[in-house]
Design a protein around this ligand. Structure first.
Ligand code: AMP
Length: 393
């Protein structure tokens, strides 16, 4: 993808307004329980400082719905960020260009929660213009916020030249390598609970892929549509026609759909519930399908062997409840192994996918794992992301 990169400009003496995502999880005592997003912002900030630029950081935190809420102030980020950077970060509640001009050339400023005004989520041009007045360039480094047309993540790009930050650059390079111009054959594994949340995604993927594995609870809807009795399984029967349409479209586009050929049926939705492997027409009324069976796993591993690129979103079964994590774990481990051996490019992201791949111990060997939820899914749906569009050349 052809987008503007920081390496293309002379940053010396400039002030960069940088959109990051500091929407980190916190425990009840207010401590940061996972600082992944905070650490993700460090390379760009260090790069800017190293090249003589002043940094003004913008982020949202939580959902204050346009009002000041003291418990959602971004102030708590300052100590952790200062420590991660090895430099004192200045927190500013109400910034002005004069205040920023008075700070040293390599200062790092964190501005208060952008969502304390509803102008942010409205994508209000007035707010975008004001934020733009704080610097000379805009740096978008929050892929996880790129699907929102908000003032600080997209609209600001209409008033300042916009560049991708280093985390964003890595994200865009990897995801475009997987779907825009992948090494073929390319396959995807799409699992998770419901078809209803992934209709657009499935429609987009069948038009682009060589193979598509449909797993998890959503596979039940497809099995039902094909005439199998799925007993008491999670199944969106009202989406039968949609499922059939997706299968027809896949057929027309030459995308092979891989659905379960055997399943693990259990009597209760809980860990270690009584269960058995059975055929598709052997699920009893009181049973529910909680995982794909071993023959299905073999089919998926064969598909991975025959592919050059793999995109993964969603678990293949109820992976939080062992042993119904088996097919997800086996396929994830195999994909990771093939990836490590240089046999395949594997990119994953969205929702529970990161948790499922971490659970399988497979995450480290994937080529790239996006921590963005909604933005990754919208990208898989083929939608233009406002925070990415502003970076295109
Ligand atoms: P999603 O957020 O759509 O990716 O869905 C993830 C959730 O789907 C996880 O919590 C899984 O436990 C759940 N899931 C996957 N397979 C099944 C299944 N066969 N029956 C019920 N839930 C499932």
């Amino acid at each position: 993808m052809d987008f503007r990169r920081l390496e293309e400009i002379d940053l010396s003496g400039k002030t960069a307004v940088v959109r990051v995502d500091f929407n980190v999880p916190r425990n009840e005592a207010g401590g940061i329980t996972d600082d992944t997003r905070l650490r993700a912002a460090v390379p760009t900030i260090q790069y800017l400082r190293g090249n003589g630029a002043k940094t003004v950081l913008l982020s949202h935190f939580g959902r204050p719905k346009g009002e000041f809420k003291p418990e959602l102030s971004l102030n708590f980020i300052v100590p952790a960020l200062s420590e991660a950077l090895g430099v004192e970060v200045t927190f500013i509640e109400k910034p002005s260009s004069e205040m920023i001009a008075d700070l040293p050339v390599d200062a790092v400023v964190l501005v208060e929660n952008t969502r304390f005004t509803s102008m942010e989520t409205e994508g209000h041009p007035g707010m975008a213009q004001f934020l733009a007045s704080l610097g000379d360039i805009f740096v978008m480094d929050a892929f996880s916020a790129a699907h929102r047309n908000h003032a600080s993540s997209a609209v600001i790009g209409e008033y300042l030249p916009a560049y991708a930050g280093l985390a964003m650059e890595r994200e865009l390079d990897h995801i475009s390598q997987a779907l825009e111009y992948p090494k073929k054959p390319v396959m995807a594994i799409v699992g998770g609970a419901k078809v209803s949340t992934k209709i657009d995604l499935l429609k987009n993927l069948v038009a682009k892929l060589d193979k598509l594995v449909i797993g998890g609870g959503m596979a039940n809807t497809f099995l039902h549509a094909k005439g199998h009795d799925v007993g008491g399984s999670l199944c969106e029967k009202d989406l039968k026609e949609t499922a059939l349409e997706i299968l027809t479209n896949a057929d027309k586009a030459g995308c092979k759909i891989i659905l379960p050929i055997d399943v693990v049926a259990a009597e209760a939705f809980k860990a270690h519930a009584e269960h058995r492997v059975c055929g598709l027409d052997d699920v009893k009324a009181g049973e529910m399908i909680l995982d794909a069976g071993p023959e299905t796993v073999t089919q998926i591993l064969d598909a991975i062997d025959a592919s050059e690129t793999l995109i993964w979103n969603g678990p293949l079964g109820a992976f939080e409840l062992p042993p119904f994590d088996t097919s997800t774990v086996e396929c994830a481990k195999y994909a990771a192994k093939q990836c490590k051996a240089g046999q395949i490019i594997a990119v994953a992201g969205g929702g529970d996918t990161v948790a499922a791949l971490n659970h399988a111990g497979a995450a480290d060997d994937f080529t790239f794992i996006s921590t963005a939820g909604g933005a990754f899914l919208e990208w898989m749906e083929g939608k233009a992301l406002p925070g990415v569009e502003i970076l295109r050349k």
